[in-house]
Design a protein around this ligand. Sequence first.
Ligand code: G1P
Length: 754
Amino acid sequence: MNLDTLSLQQFGQPLSDITDSQVFELLLQVVKSKSDALPLNNGKKRLYYISAEFLIGKLLSNNLINLGIYNDVKEQLSKAGHSLEDVEELEVEPSLGNGGLGRLAACFIDSMSTLGLPGDGVGLMYHFGLFHQKFLNRQQTTVPDAWVSDDKWLEDEKTSFTVEFRDFSVTSELYSIDVLGYCREKKNRLRLFDLQTIDESLVSDDAIDFDKTALKKNLTLFLYPDDSDEDGQLLRVYQQYFMVSNAAQLIVKEAVERGSNVHDLADYVVIQINDTHPTMVIPELIRILTEKYGISFEESVDIVSSLVAYTNHTILAEALEKWPLKFIEKVSPKIASIIKKLDEHIRSTISDPSVQIIIDNKVHMANLAIHYGFSINGVAALHTKILEETELKPFFDLYPEKFSNKTNGITFRRWLMGCNPELAEYLDVLLGDSWRASAHLEELLAYRDNDEVLNKLQEIKQAAKDRMSRFLQDNQNAKVINDSIIDVQVKRFHEYKRQQMLLLYLIWKYFDIKSGHLPKHPITVIFGGKAAPAYVAAQDIIHAILVLSSLIANDADVSPYLQVIMIENYNVTAAEHVIPAAEISEQISLASKEASGTSNMKFMLNGAVTVCTVDGANVEIADLVGEKNIYTFGASSDEVVNLYECKGYKVQEFYEKPEIKPLVDFLISPEFISLGNEERLERLHKNLCSEDWFMTLLDLEVYIATKERVFDDYEDRRSWLQKSLVNIAMAGTFSSDRTIAEYNDEIWHLTPDK
Ligand code: G1P
């Protein structure tokens, strides 16, 4: 493929003379013509991965990599004076996800294609995504993230279904995006349902509120619309039913086209539901089998129960959905009546009230998915253990055979080859390129004492730091201090993830520098992430971080040594810049609360050293790299569970400590308040010293001590680079290809299309 010739044909000008947007157009055509020509992965049995979110990121580079033409394209462009990086900037990032849950779904569909497994992602096409985050007066504001009209990848499948609600019906329109596998000649698709009558004009440019009752026009406007009132909650149920009714109709239609007589549907279909949002696919399939195919209720239940598998991603009660039965009755009386029948069956056979489906007139979606699915899995070993032994113990006692663990993973195409090409190329030099398919990096350990290799890793890290600095400068005019240590916490804002603990550490560090203890290297701490619009406490934390960032920047004594940058509108694109540059990875959730985490895996793969609590997949990372190459601290999961159970955490006792009180109180000091919003800061202060539900103060002192040890150790450059090397070498386990192979071997049983 010669881009110069293509450019002459298309624009009548050589590649060197066309603009970056013309190059972008050209590359799109190249990728599209290649991917259009690829057939779908085929097989009698097909997987449908239904998820409310797919945080897929930009697709151009990823597709070039998977088509095996990335290096060639990059070289041709560079010879003609273009940079692929600049061209990529022109692509708009789809806004179809929020955090780890959605990014996991994106990694999974990439791996499914790479392994040749016949299966698609199924979700909704949100016109304005979650929201676009903007900072105004050091606070998060939310505006619509319009992306659909600029997107270049969506194809109209020209397929529609009717979805019947109680009071009206609507028609859908199915769009899809090709999902290419790494060096594979077949593909899968991400299939996104839109509402034919969607009305973007319900939303103005500068706010994300809209008429939540205009259901015939609003179902696919936003991901997770504000559910702080009843209209918002109802809208979510309407959205979920819209998603699963379309999915179920599509799934049955395609199975029949492949030869199913519907009684044998489970030989043709397996459905993985990502968290509880798609749970209503169970009653919806039962409805279709009974109503449309005249199959008895009992047989329909058996069929559906043998083809639906559920992944749990959290033990937080707030995220285990429980919808009032009356909402489901309002959306679809038929679905409500099927759920009631399923619930009655459980009541008549199992006496334990905690496993019932309808409890206090609320439908417990996870309970429904566990009883009427054939598999339930957690996403890291510790998380699965907590599910089995604590959170879902009564279910584990009933159905031990349904439970398994599938530790999460990440695709190395995007999180190494795409975002850190220098490191990927250097690994080729050291290990040969077979790691690109196998993800085996352990041979790198042989270079642990090789100074040339360690120095080269340092050089690569520096190049990534420079690239990130340019990105932050261009995007939000933030200037990273030269030669500073890059310390990063990027993830959805939630109190259990404890961004507020890093905030309190930073206050400690600010005081320490003020008192004359100057760090040997300057430190740049980078945060990124969004807070849900109805989650005030998380927004308060963002506000305090932005205030501290300004306060430090305005302080001439401290600003040369410490800076805090909060990335505006953190998304996959920002992650691709920050993760390769990071030297310290912050994974500081309250033990037991983070199911797995996946940024921890991305950071280690790119050579950052992890500072973490013993939570989620951090446990597995620590086992792999060994204690010398990771910094763990804090209360263990058992201790935390115990504290909750016996109400043993007394926050006041920690707050009153002379080491802690000044740090927390600084949030309401005149200096802090002069830059911020008093109400927000006081609320955050009160929350921390009188409730602190996620036990920030419990771990704060040991966290501060650990961080200081980390910064000291950083000064021994050789030993730090050795830690970094070990982390890269041991990251292979966390390839999502491994995870997906496990799902397939143990749950889906699909035959890969060769
Ligand atoms: C959630 C969990 C996280 C897990 C991810 C994927 O992500 O909290 O531990 O790694 O699902 O399984 P979140 O949406 O919180 O980012």
